[in-house]
Each structure stands twice: as structure tokens, then as C-alpha cells.
Design a protein around this ligand. Structure first.
Ligand code: FAD
Length: 426
């Protein structure tokens, strides 16, 4: 027969943690909620894995970064789940879901019935094999998605302190890992196919600022090419990477950060999919009214973009989770999700935030030789996106607010001159 719960969350990451907190804040009875997670630990703030977790001194360790400390809310330890009567089934993969019969089957063979299912399965790292490069299961090649990966990365790094690391990819994860490797005294080379780092968000001017600093810390950039193969020693450890442009880089370890794929396979053929994720409405309800999807898997309507979109950022995981719970428990009083996309990163002493959309013309402002600078994006005469490095909390909130209001911009040059003041005086 199997156990039955009113609410079941499949996946135990960021969105699962914030979902649990919202349920309890709104009044949850013991035994109503069950979380099933493949990971062996309670939900934690995943972004810590590429930041505090990799610090050479006083690194962040659980239980200190369980959700929901990232949003300055309660720390949900395993004991917290117990005290709130939430069934936390850890180290357990969900093998299949039958949304028609409202059941799921776990790897150990238990059938669990639900009334409402919340999908929070997140994403997995893309593997090099998918791009035709073999051998990435070698013991000194690291990906970084979960705690097990992070522990492995730390062990590999410590086994070759002072050696050379090659970082494959130029996105924020690769940039954060490169900074952490440098802080751990590794000699770092970054390789990516684009002309500069963070190509999906940064303008060349913003990218140059960070790349110059990274270079001053010893990081070498090899741009415009990709990995073609690895070289291994007789123990199967990587000793060098070969690039398509003919370069060969000796390596004691390799970190790969080339993107992610949402974990949607349990639901193929059962729920409506779009843009690589699970399509939901403005209340995070999927094409089956008893099933909700939140976090990295959800493709939801983003007003500012004027289209549906999937976001891979922690802020949207947290807020989508809370909104879904509100919609489940209080459907009449819960409207559509009104969300201003927010994405942040931290590396070395840098800390930036980006709000909105980077469509249209970029207008740079601030001191690109100093520590506080940014950019606004103007599309069809309106402010649609803003980026700020090194701001105070008040300044970050101000650029977010100005972007939310989609203010009219008549003169981009004047906007550039006003810089932060434009947002601060709204
Ligand atoms: P996840 O947090 O990935 O959780 C998914 C969970 O589902 C996992 O526990 C997984 O094991 C489990 N699961 C999957 N399939 C199954 C199954 N079949 N059965 C059982 N369990 C399953 N975003 C930012 O905005 N800024 C940052 O600085 C930032 N840094 C990051 C650093 C790292 C290292 C990583 C990996 C991500 C970072 N992110 C950052 C992105 C952010 O962490 C994600 O957007 C967020 O974790 C998404 O939450 P989620 O709950 O949807 O998925």
C-alpha cells in the first residue's frame, strides 16, 4: 500500500528548504509533508559550495549553511524538520513518478502516495562527454553541483597544493572556482570558447575589469578555444589537457563548469515541457493541477521579459518555492508571480548583483578603475536591467527598484553621468 502524504517534495535542495519553511510559517501539521532527496544531507544553500566551502581558512561547513540562512531566515537543521513533523527521506532517489495515480517509487522500492507533488529536482552539471571529450570521470577532474562534488574538489585540491589547475568554462561558477583555487595557492588557467568571461551577461568592459584583476592574481586566460582531449598517467589521472587550438596545458587537476541541465526526465511524457524545463503557470502549477514545479526546473512567465523563461539562480529558487506554497494553501488570495530576476556572484573580494534583463544598449557608470561600478541596460527607451559591483545593500536595492519600475530613459549619456544617483533618487 505504501505511505501517503498530503504534500511531497521530490528533491532536497534550495527550493525544497524554502518550501518547507513557507509551509510551516503558514501552518503545517505533523505528518503532512515529506521530502525525498537523493542527497544525504538536509537542504542547504548550494551557492556556498563554490564560495565559503572552498576557502583555505575557516571554510563553511554544515550545519552552518543549511537553508534558509542565505535569505537571513531560520537555519533548518535535520532536527528542525523532525520538530516540525516533516518526513525527511535522505539518500533516496525517486526512480519514477506516476502523476495520473499520484504515486512515486523510490530506489529502495517504496511507493509513496501524495495529494500534491512539488517538483524541486534542480539540475545536473553538463558532462564533457556530451561534447565528445572522454575521460572526465578521472579522479582529479571535478564538477561542482552538490556537497559530494565539493568535498571531492577540496580533497583533490589539497592533494596537489601549489600545483596547476585548469578550469574549463567562463561562466560564474568557473570564475568563482578559479578564484577559490587561487586562494588555495593553485596556479590557474581558464579556458573558454568565447571572447571574454561571463559572455551571457557581461559586456566586454565589465569582463575586462574582472579578467584584469584575475590576471593580477596569476590566472591565465585562454579564450576562443575549447578542450579537445585529456592526457592521463598510468594510474588514470589527468596530467594535461589538449586544446583545439593546439595548446597543451599540464594539469594536476581540472575543474569543469560548462553549464547545467534541469532534472526533468521523471516527468517526460507526463507533464508539459518547454524550453528544456517543466512549464508552469504564474502559480507554479504544471499541466497537471496536482503537481507544482519550482526552482531550476520551472519554466514560468517572467513579465519583464514578456515571455516564459527558466532561471538557474538561487533567488528565483527561493521565491518560486514560497510562491508555490502560497498558491497551494491560499489559492484565492495568491496572484501571479511577479518577479524581477536577480542573479549575484561573489569571488575574491568582489560581489555583484544583476537585476532584470540585459537586453538592448548597455550604459556603463561608476569607477572602472576603482571598486564600485556598474551598467544599466536600456531597451526601447526603458531601463530593463542593472548591474552593480561593490554596492552597499541600499545601493543594490536602489538599482533593483529602478529596474522594477522600468523607468523611462530619454538620454543614455545623462544616465551614464548620473550613474548610481539615478537609482538612488527614484
Ligand atoms: P537544487 O538546489 O539543485 O536541488 C535539487 C535537489 O533535487 C538535489 O538535492 C538533488 O539531489 C535532488 N534530486 C534530483 N533528482 C532527484 C531524484 N530523482 N530523486 C531525489 N532527489 C533528486 N545562483 C545564484 O544566483 N548565485 C550564485 O552565486 C550561485 N552559486 C552557485 C554555486 C554552485 C556551486 C551551484 C551548483 C549553484 C549556484 N547557484 C547560484 C545556483 C543555485 O544554487 C540554484 O539555482 C539552486 O540551487 C536551485 O535550487 P533547486 O532547489 O531548484 O535545485
Amino acid at each position: 500500500m505504501g505511505r501517503e502524504f498530503e504534500y511531497v517534495i521530490v528533491g532536497g535542495g534550495v527550493a525544497a528548504g524554502y518550501t518547507s519553511l513557507e509551509f510551516t510559517n503558514r501552518g503545517l501539521s505533523h505528518g503532512q509533508l515529506c521530502i525525498i532527496s537523493e542527497e544525504s544531507v538536509a537542504p542547504y544553500e548550494r551557492p556556498t559550495l563554490s564560495k565559503g566551502f572552498l576557502l583555505p581558512e575557516s571554510p563553511a561547513r554544515l550545519p552552518l549553511f543549511h537553508t534558509c540562512v542565505g535569505a537571513n531566515e531560520e537555519l533548518l537543521t535535520p532536527q528542525w524538520y523532525e520538530e516540525h513533523g516533516i518526513e525527511l527521506v535522505l539518500g533516496t532517489r525517486v526512480e519514477s513518478v506516476d502523476v495520473g495515480h499520484k504515486t512515486l517509487l523510490t530506489a529502495p522500492g517504496e511507493t509513496i502516495h501524495y495529494q500534491i507533488l512539488i517538483i524541486a529536482t534542480g539540475a545536473q552539471a553538463l558532462k564533457l562527454e556530451e561534447f565528445g571529450v572522454n575521460g572526465s570521470e578521472a579522479e582529479n577532474i571535478c564538477y561542482l553541483r552538490d556537497l559530494a562534488d565539493a568535498n571531492r574538489l577540496v580533497n583533490v585540491m589539497q592533494s596537489c597544493t601549489g600545483g596547476s589547475a585548469v578550469v574549463i568554462g567562463g561562466g560564474y561558477l568557473a570564475m568563482e572556482c578559479a578564484a577559490s583555487l587561487v586562494s588555495n595557492k593553485m596556479d590557474v588557467t581558464m579556458v573558454f570558447p568565447e571572447a571574454h568571461c561571463m559572455p551571457r551577461l557581461f559586456t566586454p568592459k565589465i569582463a575586462t575589469y574582472y579578467e584584469d584583476y584575475y590576471q593580477s592574481r596569476g590566472v591565465k586566460f585562454i579564450r576562443g578555444t575549447i578542450l579537445s582531449s585529456f592526457e592521463f598517467d598510468s594510474n588514470g589521472k589527468v596530467t594535461a589537457v589538449n586544446l583545439r587550438d593546439g595548446n597543451r596545458i599540464p594539469a594536476d587537476m581540472v575543474v569543469v563548469g560548462i553549464g547545467i541541465r534541469p532534472n526533468t526526465s521523471l516527468f517526460k511524457g507526463q507533464l508539459r515541457m518547454e524550453k528544456g524545463g517543466i512549464k508552469v503557470n504564474g502559480k507554479f502549477q504544471t499541466s497537471n493541477s496536482s503537481v507544482y514545479a519550482v526552482g531550476d526546473v520551472a519554466v514560468f512567465p517572467v513579465d519583464l521579459y514578456g515571455r516564459i523563461h527558466r532561471l538557474e539562480h538561487v533567488d528565483s529558487a527561493r521565491k518560486s518555492a514560497k510562491h508555490a506554497v502560497a498558491a497551494i494553501l491560499d489559492p484565492d488570495k495568491t496572484g501571479e508571480f511577479e518577479y524581477l530576476p536577480l542573479f549575484y556572484s561573489k569571488a575574491f573580494a568582489f560581489s555583484w548583483r544583476f537585476y532584470g534583463d540585459n537586453a538592448g544598449e548597455a550604459v556603463h557608470f561608476g569607477d572602472y578603475l576603482g571598486t564600485t561600478f556598474g551598467a544599466y541596460w536600456i531597451n526601447n527607451g526603458r531601463l530593463v536591467g542593472s548591474f552593480l559591483e561593490g554596492g552597499t545593500e541600499e545601493e543594490f536595492e536602489a538599482i533593483g527598484n529602478a529596474t522594477r519600475l522600468k523607468l523611462t530613459v530619454d538620454d543614455p549619456d545623462d544616465l551614464g553621468r548620473q550613474g548610481l544617483n539615478f537609482a538612488l533618487t527614484v
